[in-house]
Design a protein around this ligand. Structure first.
Ligand code: MV4
Length: 449
């Protein structure tokens, strides 16, 4: 097990900072990469070294595999951390990193590719013993097959793209006469968006919650879970606020879900951090996807376990066995993350520009992950997430008290942000009662905007 001396962080913004912090604590040097638009970004300032990898457009910088590999090679990095987004779930990139004699901090390319194909992921999850939404076995090859399968599955149905995920290329068919059009639209949207028109079907669940399980594995049979996260509060497939544990589960349901996931990961022989996504409705869990990367909302799992997920992810990537066992992990209290985006809080139109003043919240139980500083100019080219406010407490109530106080303290001036939205949201009775599904936020916005 070679310990890394230098890691190239193939990302930007708060997540690049997050990874830098883990490396720094481990005594590992960091290489930041940046586009010309990010020369003044905090992730560049903090890193030991930095390399400009191209012009502002992501396609020519943060997604430019050759530029990233060149940067890693010339700086003598021995590993690459892809962060979240960009190339984090690109099996080809993971393979190229390996071919360059470097370590990709993530799973094997084969596992990334397997889970990237949602039809294969479904088949795999089934073999691993995870509960599935009733649906088609494999891809739909003809309209006749689709009609026959639809009879068995029952309506309403959801047609999904194999190459999809994150909600793209999905079409609902509420009745048999809507099936033909849903198939056609999903397939042509998938072809246009992903260059792959393969589709499959599932029964459409009307009011589920989105619950995901964080796992960590060394690929040698040592597997732990870090509990679940409830990510039901979302708008157009963008998560807005996440909490751990889920307010919807009782301890029996939780234990069953977490146990299933640990068994599945062990059977899969997966190495790295990963997340199983489920829909939860009427006391039942249904696997939908597996994410083979670190996730934006990982800090709430860190908050309730005290484990540095990025550090552990780096350690298992270097070949070290997982030093933690499940019974050494104690879950305590409750954590909530609010994603602060540089967007108008009513219209969600991006609001890049100069941050004239910045004051992060602080105090007991409050963590702010952000690359912002007063005088920073938020560039218009990238994801609008600019800060994550992560709060924990010994109970959900204490967490909420602190969150209210933290959001009041936080100042981001000069640009519009979604801070005012969060201040409103956490006063809503349904939210306070933990009584929400994946559609709740959008209907609340429709009546409160
Ligand atoms: C579903 C579903 C209802 N029934 N599958 C959206 C993104 C992708 N990860 C899966 N998604 C969904 N799959 C069945 N069979 C509803 C959604 C869905 C959703 C899921 C999680 C979080 C937010 C969502 C918002 C709309 C739809």
């Amino acid at each position: 097990m070679a310990n890394f001396e230098k890691i190239l962080i193939a990302n930007r913004g708060e997540i690049a900072l997050r990874i830098h912090r883990a490396c720094r604590e481990m005594g590992i040097a960091t290489v930041a990469v940046h586009s010309t638009a990010d020369a003044d970004a905090m992730h560049v300032r903090l890193a030991d070294e930095s390399v400009c990898i191209g012009p502002p457009q992501s396609s020519q910088s943060y997604l430019n595999k050759a530029a990233l590999l060149t940067a890693a090679t010339i700086t003598g990095a021995d590993a690459v951390h892809p962060g979240v987004g960009f190339l984090a779930e690109n099996a080809t990139f993971a393979e190229m990193v390996r071919e360059h004699g470097l370590t990709f901090i993530g799973p094997e390319p084969e596992h990334i590719a397997l889970m990237g194909d949602k039809i294969e992921a479904r088949k795999t999850a089934d073999k691993l013993g995870l509960p599935l939404v009733p649906g088609s076995d494999g891809a739909i090859d003809s309209e006749a097959t689709a009609k026959r399968m639809a009879e068995e599955i029952g309506f309403p149905l959801l047609v999904k793209a194999a190459a999809g995920g994150g909600g793209r290329g999905m079409k609902v068919a509420r009745r048999p006469d809507e099936l033909e059009e849903a198939l056609r639209l999903a397939s042509s949207e998938a072809a246009a968006a992903f260059g792959d028109d393969s589709i499959y079907m599932e029964r459409y669940l009307g009011q589920p919650r989105h619950i995901e399980v964080q796992i960590l594995s060394d690929g040698r049979g040592n597997v732990i879970h870090l509990g679940e996260r409830d990510c039901s509060l979302q708008r157009r497939h963008q998560k807005i606020l996440e909490e751990a544990p889920s307010p919807a589960l009782n301890s029996e349901e939780r234990a069953r879900l977490l146990g299933l996931c640990v068994d599945a990961v062990r059977k899969l022989g997966y190495r790295s951090a990963g997340t199983f996504e489920f829909l939860y409705e009427n006391g039942e869990f249904y696997f939908i996807e597996m994410n083979t990367r670190l996730q934006v909302e990982h800090p709430i799992s860190e908050a309730i376990t005290g484990i540095d997920l990025v550090r552990e992810q780096i350690k298992v990537a270097s070949g070290a066995p997982l030093a933690l066992s499940q019974d050494e992990i104690t879950f305590s209290g409750h954590a909530i993350e609010c994603r602060i985006n540089a967007e108008d809080p009513r219209t969600f139109v991006p609001s890049p520009g100069l941050v004239s003043d910045y004051h992060p919240a602080g105090g007991l139980g409050v963590r702010v992950d952000s690359g912002l500083y007063a005088g920073y100019r938020v560039p218009p080219f990238y994801d609008s997430l600019v800060a994550k406010v992560i709060v924990d407490g010994s109970s959900r109530n204490e967490c909420l008290m602190r969150l209210r106080r933290a959001l009041e303290e936080m100042v981001i001036d000069g640009i519009s942000t979604t801070l005012p939205l969060h201040r409103l949201l956490i006063g809503e009775p349904d939210f306070l009662n933990g009584d929400y599904d994946i559609h709740w936020l959008e209907s609340w916005l429709a009546t409160h905007a």
